[in-house]
Design a protein around this ligand. Sequence first.
Ligand code: ZN
Length: 64
Amino acid sequence: MSTAACLCPIHWRGLYTLIEGTRYEVIPSPVDTATSLLFRAWCAGCGTEYTHPFRTSAARSQAA
Ligand SMILES: [Zn+2]
């Protein structure tokens, strides 16, 4: 296990990805998504790359 670890008190509290130069908030996902397969994500606090599956926040794409 050589995966880099988040250095924040609350691990992976805030994640983001860059898609075509735009920063989007993402959250951990139990399975890979199109977003996590195509793009990389980082911790917003310490900058460590998040190497696990993630998905974009549902707030932007789903109506309540
Ligand atoms: Zn961190």
